[in-house]
Design a protein around this ligand. Sequence first.
Ligand code: SF4
Length: 366
Amino acid sequence: MTAAAELPDRLEDGEISALLERARTTRLEKQWRVYPARNPIASDLHPCLRYQVLRIVAWQVKPPPDPEGLATIEQGRVMEPRIIRQLEDELEAHGIEVVEQQAPFELKQRVPAPDGPEVMIVRGNVDAVLRYRRDRIPVEIKDTGEYVLDANDTEEDLKVSPWTNKWRRQAMIYAYARSVERTLLLLSYRGRRKPIWVHLDYAELEQVLQLCTRATALLRELTDVDHETADQALTALDVPYYPDQVDAETPEPGLRAAAKQQAAAECKRCPWFERACHPPQPAPPAIVIREDLAAAVARYVEVKPIGAEAERLRKALKKAIEGVPEVVAGDHVLRGKWDSREMPMQLARVDDFWRWNVFKGGEKVA
Ligand code: SF4
């Protein structure tokens, strides 16, 4: 800390602004703690099997979130109990009661399946449970950004981004753990709220449970590995890297190349990437034909650049084409490449992103 005698008599506007940001980041970084993880958890159901193992054996090398991420985590911690209190006050008169808060649960399966002992494969805490007559409704509260709030109205929208899809899987596990059909995901941003209902999709639930069961079985086998040896040990056990896992899980041959590219792009955002996991990056295919995107691209060109529909289409298309330099969709061609942009001073970081445009007859139209 600077000694009082060394402090100047007066600070200029810009100095105080910079100080506010720096002091906040310093406080948040000091408060940040990394704890060993022991099991898959409902709030971090990344679909990569390696990820689920590395969460536990390589937790020490997980980097802390950037300043923006730290601020978001703190905001969520502050807002969540406040929103639950608001729900209690608002719903009581309508016969809906908050009957549980931070309700822990554990799901068990036989590991290894089908004859092994029953062990915990995933655990979590349900933010709140509402009761209306005989109905019980688990609630998950997510304090989020304006963009996420505006871009998501339904559980289908949540599937578009890997980040919000994790929320959907989390909500689904809550419903299953509480033996009900649905969970209320409550998005919140600066006093605005948006309820999104997430329903049990049994095929996907089965995939999530299998992922957790397989990760648990691997962890019981890999008792001696750490962040330096896990990559090799997982390879020796034929555990695929995420792009190969996606390749194997994508039945439509036409979609496989693009899905693999997207998974490779997802790897670059993974906290273990090049720390505890070194997936080979597949060479991008030169051109991919995506007739299934033709209508969405045409509509995007029509409604761009304004409105929630344009934003939703932009997000869905970005997800579908990321990592593929040239995608032909009906009359349009989408061309893209990796690019970097410098973020504002207070969030000093370089952001890699997929820069893309739509062309028709060789001319840029969006
Ligand atoms: S870098 Fe990719 S393969 Fe490795 S753990 Fe992360 S998502 Fe999985």
